[in-house]
Ligand binder design. Structure first.
Ligand code: ZN
Length: 216
């Protein structure tokens, strides 16, 4: 029940069906899903940990505002410093077991059909799995924890919902995966850096075209 409520709310947040800043009516969600309010509250507290919603006293939950320009800039600066390095170390440390896991992530990512909000949020989760895999396999625990805490995939994909190009992202991910499987640290480092630079350009285009929305 909690998982169903979580996936439902996540899809609505990612596809902007619940707009940034919008209040989330727990009773309406409960009616939509035909379940009680308790699992929905639990799902909301999970989403709060992922920084997609926040709780206001006497108001309840609201969807988080979109990232500001400064937040986007800081996020990409950090990721571009850390993730290419992590990818190089991960490529050097690739084992047969790691390649099997990577192939699974790859399969999940390519099996997702373009289309509805749910498949979009699943694509974002597959993206998260790849970036977390790289961070974890770098062998540096602080890097893994830092990347994990950012939950950046959720926020980036939410911002890019209207303009995101999954085929473009998939091609960039393919380059990363190929370099890792080939155990080529230089290619892996470069592929991750290129992916993050292109991702930042996509974000900049969105920020340039839309004013940052204030909470409603
Ligand atoms: Zn990615």
């Amino acid at each position: 029940m909690v998982e169903r409520a979580h996936d439902h709310l996540l899809a609505m947040l990612m596809s902007l069906e619940i707009a940034p800043g919008e209040r989330i009516a727990i009773d309406a969600v409960a009616r939509q899903l035909g379940i009680s309010q308790t699992p929905i509250r639990e799902a909301l507290s999970q989403l709060e940990a992922e920084k997609l919603v926040f709780k206001m006293p006497n108001v309840g939950y609201r969807a988080s505002p979109q990232m500001s320009r400064e937040e986007v800039r800081d996020l990409y600066t950090l990721r571009q410093l850390v993730e290419p390095y992590a990818a190089a170390r991960a490529a050097e440390a690739m084992t047969e077991e790691a390649i099997t896991i990577l192939r699974e992530i790859d399969r999940d990512m390519t099996s997702i059909e373009k289309g509805d909000a749910l498949s979009y949020s699943r694509f974002a989760e597959a993206d998260d799995a790849l970036h977390r895999f790289i961070a974890t396999r770098s062998g540096n625990r602080l890097i893994a924890e830092t990347i994990d805490r950012l939950h950046s995939h959720l926020h980036i994909f939410r911002s890019l919902y209207r303009t995101n190009a999954p085929a473009e992202v998939a091609a960039e991910h393919r380059g990363i995966i190929d370099a890792l499987v080939a155990r080529d640290p230089i290619a892996a480092e470069q592929a991750v850096l290129t992916h993050l630079e292109k991702s930042q350009q996509r974000m900049d285009a969105v920020l340039a075209s839309a004013p940052v929305m204030a909470p409603a």
